[in-house]
Each structure stands twice: as structure tokens, then as C-alpha cells.
Design a protein around this ligand. Structure first.
Ligand code: NDP
Length: 632
């Protein structure tokens, strides 16, 4: 079926919608329509009587325009001029138009529009124009056009962009869980996107075509299983977003793509690739003239569709060109800013995503340990624990992970809690272990994250655990522990966990010369991603010095208050059979972090004793080495 182009030119009064839309219509050979001509009689009467229209009045008017646009969609296409100041109006206008629609968003400063209107003797009281600007909710999608240029320049610009249509602005390879959601998100924001999934005889057949046909926002003409046709469908410079499994698949896809790409084209790897692979690919592709971005994407399937947190690193030049798309599809922080910011050179984007996942592992384990205290130490039911977590969600400890756990604990199958039917063997896909390995390579202590990883490994030794429990386990000891204190201890351990993650990032940033901006990083982790939380919001407002959380005056006040709670919890835990490696390691880490005299003098003496490794002395200049013949 032929799909006519629906071009909707929007913006405040006086911005030049009618002129631009009429000229565009002429150049593209499309009819022009003006939204004002669609007002029903009662609206016209109301306006004539001097009363402003409200949103209830506008609804039937916008619906009437939408009906007309849908008719044009199946015939010639059309150019419409309509202010469409609010997102809710645009939703009504764009209903069922899918990929046929092209938004042209005209914008200019208040002074510019006011002066223009006055020079055209088109008087509009300042407060009326101001109210237009106040109402204007600028979309984060569509073709943005600065009206300080002449109408001819603007029309040529828009015309060129629209004629480029048929060609896509971005292509995505890999229509798995994440790729499908991200493509729909990109298309839903008004970007023309081509999608590709490989063909595997008898297994993967017409995946892209079937997916595009299923979703209104996708364009079936831009769905491929032939790589060369897919690349051909992209406008230059060609930008390809990979959402395939990390590892060999990424290399294989890049190798295939390189045969079709040329100088200046861009590849973005959005999977969970190892940052060292990203560094390698960045340099190898640079030699071929292809710009490479390795980006972390967090938020799971739903986040990818509705707005993930996006952490791009690599070519800043490529980010300049593709940034508007990545920002448009990202989640928004509490101030409405995109949860997407350029992280730094090389593999920095994938490095911070890896650490994000490391922090996530410990956040999950800490919740599990609190659950263990409540369930096995204090004999609460899952529903009672869910209620406690729901209470906590009203406070500073709230997080996405706590919210989902409160939900999980309510879920029943018949009389049984589903949580009791789930096998206690945790999986992992690698990013947690990479975080620990990276920390070892860089010499950074992250015991809380590592404890969470090792807890997963230990859980997977299920048969051995069952046998051992018969020999060693004794009955659980009932404990009484104040819920407020438990919450404080939990928050304390979380702060320590986040501190360790940031310490690792700061060390890597210095080591690799990435120059990471911690305020930006924390801000983009306040929404869209799995570790979003009120604590992350506090971290993002705290202005970290060199990524340090525990020394930050805005954050360490809570540590000073809550440290005792973690001490008390640890004391109580030692009387039970509950395994709580993250809680205990957080306390131990904190004790190690703040102690004036560590235990390392004993270690150094032992090293010198058996291996003549030498030691430094407290009563000699730093750097001077001593050795003792301990046996003499
Ligand atoms: P899926 O397994 O659902 O999808 C993987 C996609 O990659 C499929 O379309 C698959 O094609 C394609 N693919 C695999 N190997 C090849 C190859 N050799 N050539 C071409 N295409 C290939 O994975 P996800 O969507 O869950 O994850 C994708 C990436 O995103 C991973 O790196 C993952 O770690 C990361 N990620 C996942 C998140 C999640 O919540 N799922 C969250 C954040 C990141 P086919 O269908 O033909 O097999």
C-alpha cells in the first residue's frame, strides 16, 4: 500500500508555520492544509465572542484534523500547519499515522518572533505571545528548525531531509529483546529507522519484516534480512546501531558491515561488550575511517522501549551527529533532561555500564540479605516483608530494585508464594565478574560488589549446599532487630557499595585518560537504568570530588549516623546462620577505609621475613626501603 507523507509544521504563533508549510507543499507537490480551517462551528463562535478555547474545545477539532490526515495518508499525503503546542495535542493529531508522519518543529527566541510580527504589522500583545511560549512543550523528536534562517533556506533544508526519507537516519541490527524495544522507541520518536535481523534457514526467517508489520510505528519498507540492502537504505553518513550478543557476534557483524560502509560512517555497539573489546574495535575501525561508539544501555526490555539510561563512549565526533537520536530516546531526569551523556574516549561507555552492573549485583544482594534477616531471623512472611519494603519506598532508601522486590514478594501461585517456588541458584552473564577482574587489574578494593558476585557463584553449588546443610546446619536463631536500624544498616551498606563503584570508575578514568564527568554520570543514572534510586539522586546533587562518595560532606553525614546500625546488625547476624556477605563486607570495608593504622605493617613484616620484599618505616622518609634479617 502506498503511504503518503504527512508533514506537520508546528510552533508558536508568528513562528512562520503557514509560509513554511505552503512553500514545502509547493516544492514537494503536496496539498497544504491549515489547522484553523478545521474548527467546528462552536469553536468559531466561542473565539468570535472573545473567549479562549480550552483543551476540551480543542479535542474534537484535533480529532477532526486527525481523520483528514489519515485520509491523506492513504492518498496523496499532505502538509499541515498547526501550532500543536502541547504533547497531548500532538498525540491526538498523530494517532494511527505511524511512520508516515514527519514533524517539522519551528523554533526561535521570544524577541525574534515578537520583532518579526511587529515588522509585519501583525500586532500581537506581548502577554499573548508569552502565553504561547509558556504553553509550548517542545518535542524531543522531529526535525528541529531554527527560524532565524530565511524561509527559502528552511524549506530547502526540510525538503532535503524529507527527500532523504525512504532513506533512514539510523539502522539497527539485532531484533532480540533489546533491539526490538529500542527500534520501536527510535521510530516512535519520529526518526526513520531501518531494521535488520539475520536470516537463518528454518529458524530466523523474515524476523525484521514480521516485526515491522506488527508495530504501527515501524516502516515495513525499511525492514531487511539482506545486509547490503539494509545498508543501502541508510542516508549518508550511515549510522548503524548494533544490539547483538556481546563477544564474537559483535566482531562478526562489524566485519560484515565494513564491506558496505565507508569513510565517516558510524557504528554504535549498544550491547554489554567488554570495554577492552570496545577499545580494540574503536582503534581498528578508526584506521578504516569508521567512527565507533560503544554505549552502555540500561533499563531492560521496558526501559529500552520507554526510555533507557544511555552511556556512550568512543568517538565524540560521532556522538555530535547521533547524539540527538540517543538523547531523544533516553529517559528523562527529574528536571526533564535526557539521561544520556557522552562519557569519554575509547571504552569508557562500556566500562561505566560494566560498573553499573557491578553496583546492581550488590544492590540486589543487599536486598536479598535484608529479606533473609526479616524472613529467617524475624519470621516474617513474604507479604509482610513486601509491606515493610513498601514503607521504605516512601523514604530515602527507595530504589527501582526495592520497588520490584516489594512486588515480587506479593506474587502467589495458588496458596504459595512464587518466591518460594523459584530455584535458589543465581545466574550471571559476565559483567559482574568483569567488574571484579577490572578492579583487580587496577588495584581497587570493591569487596561488596565482589561479595555479591561470589554469593551468586556459591548459590550455584546447589547439590553441595544441600549435602553440607545436613551436616552443618543448626536451627535458625530468632532475632529481634529494630526495623529502623535495619533500614539504616541497609542504606549504609548501599552507600559503601556505590562508593566502591565510583572509586573503580575514578581509578579507570585516570588510568585510561577518560576524564569522566561524575556529575553527568550520576545524573544519567537517576532514571531509566536498573540502579536508579533516591540515593543516586543524592549522589548526583552532591558534586563528587574525583568520584569520591565517602569523603563527600553531603553524603558522609548519613554514614556517620548509620555506621552504628551496620555494626549492630553485623553483631546480631553473627548469632544466626544467615549468610550476609555484602552487609558484612561493607562494614569491614568501611572499618578498613577509616582506620588510622591498618594491619599492613604485619603483612609487610611477614613479606620481608620470608621473601626479603623490604618495608618502609614510619620514622623514615616515604619511599626509603628497609630489610631486616629476622633470624639474627
Ligand atoms: P537477544 O539474545 O534477545 O538478542 C540478540 C540479537 O543478536 C538477536 O537478534 C540475534 O539474532 C542477534 N545475533 C546474535 N548473534 C548474531 C550474529 N552472529 N550475527 C547477527 N546477529 C546476531 O539479546 P538481548 O537483546 O537481550 O541483548 C543484546 C545485547 O544487549 C547483549 O549484549 C546484552 O548483554 C545487552 N543488554 C541486554 C539487556 C537485557 O535486559 N536483555 C539490558 C542491557 C543490555 P537471532 O535472532 O537471529 O539469533
Amino acid at each position: 500500500m502506498n503511504i503518503g507523507k504527512i508533514i506537520i509544521v508546528i510552533g508558536v504563533s508568528g513562528v512562520g508555520k503557514t509560509t513554511i508549510a505552503q512553500n514545502l507543499g509547493k516544492q514537494l507537490g503536496l496539498p497544504f492544509i491549515d489547522a484553523d480551517d478545521f474548527h467546528p462551528m462552536q469553536n468559531i463562535k466561542k473565539m468570535e465572542s472573545g473567549s479562549p478555547l480550552n483543551d476540551d474545545d480543542r479535542k474534537p477539532w484535533l480529532e477532526k484534523i486527525n481523520v483528514a490526515l489519515n485520509e491523506y495518508k492513504s492518498t496523496t499525503g499532505v502538509v499541515l500547519a498547526c501550532s500543536a503546542l502541547k504533547e497531548s495535542y500532538r498525540k491526538l493529531l498523530g494517532k494511527d499515522l505511524g511512520s508516515a508522519i514527519h514533524w517539522v518543529v519551528l523554533s526561535g527566541s521570544f524577541e525574534l518572533i515578537k520583532n518579526r510580527m511587529e515588522s509585519r504589522n501583525h500586532f500581537m500583545p506581548s502577554d499573548l505571545l508569552k502565553s504561547q511560549f509558556d504553553t509550548w512543550e517542545e518535542p524531543d523528536y522531529g526535525m528541529k528548525v531554527d527560524v532565524s534562517h530565511s524561509p527559502e533556506v528552511i524549506v530547502d533544508f526540510v525538503n532535503e531531509k524529507i527527500n532523504m526519507k525512504g532513506k533512514a537516519e539510523i539502522g539497527l541490527i539485532g531484533l532480540g529483546v533489546m533491539g526490538k524495544s529500542l527500534s520501536r522507541n527510535i521510530a516512535g520518536k519520529g526518526f526513520a529507522i531501518s531494521v535488520f535481523n539475520r536470516h537463518v534457514d528454518g529458524q530466523e526467517v523474515d524476523v525484521a519484516k514480521l516485526f515491522a508489520a506488527e508495530h504501527e510505528e515501524m516502516n515495513p519498507e525499511l525492514a531487511f534480512d539482506d545486509l547490503s540492502a539494509f545498508v543501502e537504505s541508510l542516508a549518508a553518513p550511515k549510522t548503524v546501531f548494533l544490539m547483538v550478543n556481546a563477544g564474537a557476534a559483535v566482531d562478526a557483524v562489524i566485519e560484515g558491515l565494513c564491506e558496505h560502509l565507508s569513510d565517516g560512517d558510524v557504528i554504535i555497539d549498544g550491547g554489554n561488550s567488554h570495554f577492552k573489546d570496545t577499545e580494540r574495535r574503536f582503534h581498528a575501525l578508526k584506521e578504516k575511517g569508521i567512527q565507533f561508539i560503544g554505549t552502555g544501555v540500561s533499563g531492560g526490555e521496558e526501559g529500552a522501549l520507554k526510555g533507557p539510561s544511555i552511556m556512550p563512549g568512543g568517538s565524540s565526533q560521532a556522538f555530535d551527529s547521533v547524539g540527538p537520536i540517543l538523547k531523544a530516546i533516553a529517559a528523562k531526569d527529574s528536571a526533564g533532561t535526557d539521561c544520556c551523556a557522552f562519557i569519554g574516549k575509547g571504552g569508557s561507555g562500556h566500562f561505566v555500564k560494566m560498573v553499573h552492573n557491578g553496583i546492581e549485583y550488590a544492590e540486589m544482594q543487599l536486598i536479598a540479605e535484608v529479606y533473609a534477616v526479616l524472613r529467617y531471623g524475624m519470621s516474617k512472611t513474604p507479604a509482610e516483608i513486601s509491606a515493610i519494603f513498601s514503607d521504605w519506598m516512601k523514604t530515602d532508601v527507595t530504589s527501582y530494585l526495592l520497588e520490584i522486590t516489594a512486588d515480587i514478594l506479593q506474587k502467589k501461585e495458588g496458596e504459595k508464594y512464587l518466591i518460594d517456588l523459584i530455584l535458589d541458584k543465581a545466574g550471571n552473564k559476565g559483567t559482574g565478574s568483569w567488574t571484579t577482574i577490572a578492579a583487580c587489574e587496577l588495584g581497587v578494593a570493591i569487596p561488596t560488589m565482589t561479595a555479591a558476585l561470589f554469593a551468586r557463584y556459591q548459590s550455584s553449588q546447589l547439590d553441595m549446599r544441600l549435602k553440607a546443610s545436613e551436616i552443618y546446619a543448626s536451627a535458625n536463631v530468632d532475632i529481634a532487630f529494630d526495623l529502623g536500624k535495619l533500614k539504616a544498616a541497609y542504606q549504609m551498606a548501599r552507600i559503601v557499595n556505590h562508593h566502591q563503584g565510583y572509586d573503580l570508575i575514578a581509578t579507570a578514568s585516570e588510568h585510561y585518560g577518560w576524564d569522566i564527568n561524575y556529575d553527568d554520570l550520576s545524573r544519567i543514572w537517576t532514571n531509566g537504568c536498573i540502579i536508579r534510586s533516591r540515593l543516586m539522586e543524592a549522589i548526583s546533587k552532591a558534586k563528587l570530588e574525583q568520584g569520591n562518595i565517602l569523603m563527600n560532606p553531603k553524603l558522609n553525614a548519613e554514614v556517620l549516623v548509620s555506621r552504628g546500625a551496620l555494626n549492630d546488625l553485623s553483631a546480631v547476624l553473627s548469632k544466626t546462620n544467615i549468610s550476609a556477605p555484602c552487609m558484612l563486607s561493607a562494614l569491614s570495608y568501611l572499618n578498613g577505609y577509616v582506620e588510622k593504622r591498618s594491619l599492613a605493617h604485619i603483612i609487610q613484616a611477614q613479606r620481608d621475613y620470608f621473601g626479603a620484599h623490604t618495608y618502609e618505616r614510619v620514622d623514615a622518609p616515604r619511599g626509603e626501603k628497609f630489610h631486616t634479617n629476622w633470624l639474627s
